[in-house]
Design a binder for this molecule. Structure first.
Ligand SMILES: Cc1cc2nc3c(=O)[nH]c(=O)nc-3n(C[C@H](O)[C@H](O)[C@H](O)COP(=O)(O)O)c2cc1C
Length: 173
């Protein structure tokens, strides 16, 4: 099935996952800004990847507004965030990002990325620094929050090709 992967990435993690997926299934791969010129009609599958920002998936509206027009295509979304894959916040986060109907149309996946402070524009850097400070200061942290508080003060990379396996299985269906 001819597949296209569209991604929106600020610091590179989502782009890297998009390229891994595209290489694995022989898909075309475009950034969201390039996608404006893409004719989607030849594609049987569309994969959209974007990053988590303050509890939301960035530019998810671009994908959602096209779901109905893409009926008959195999659709998948992957979100890349700083949280580890086993974080208990992931499932509720993904659940509130989509309606039940949207989830019938598109499969949803999470891929852990990391933090790249060097690649962030200043406003993002300031937001993350403030978030890191408040996480560290929080009283009564859960064990997961304790781990995150220790991680998010500096850049780290927990992206791994194994996290694309469920996406590949879905596409190969
Ligand atoms: C302002 C800001 C808010 C963020 N909010 C979240 C979040 O709510 N949940 C999460 O898991 N990661 C969050 N992150 C981390 C990014 O999703 C993470 O660094 C991701 O790997 C970035 O992908 P990219 O390199 O493709 O831009 C946030 C990052 C920034 C800069």
């Amino acid at each position: 099935m001819k597949t296209v992967v569209i991604y929106h990435s600020q610091t590179g993690f989502t782009r890297r996952y998009a390229q891994w997926i595209a290489e694995a299934v022989g898909a075309d791969c475009f950034s969201l800004s390039q996608a404006k010129g893409v004719d989607f009609s030849p594609y049987g599958a569309v994969v959209y990847g974007s990053w988590a920002c303050a509890g939301k998936i960035r530019k998810l509206g671009w994908f959602k507004s096209r779901i109905r027009g893409w009926s008959g295509k195999r659709l998948a979304v992957f979100c890349v965030g700083a949280s580890p894959a086993e974080s208990p916040e992931i499932e509720p986060f993904l659940r509130r990002s989509f309606t039940d109907e949207e989830r019938e149309w598109a499969a949803v996946f999470y891929c852990p990325g990391g933090l790249n402070y060097e690649g962030m524009p200043l406003p993002s850097k300031l937001m993350m620094r403030a978030f890191a400070k408040s996480t560290r200061a929080k009283k009564g942290k859960t064990p997961e929050e304790e781990v995150m508080a220790g991680m998010i003060g500096a850049s780290y990379d927990i992206a791994d090709q194994r996290y694309i396996e469920p996406i590949l299985a879905y596409l190969r269906g």
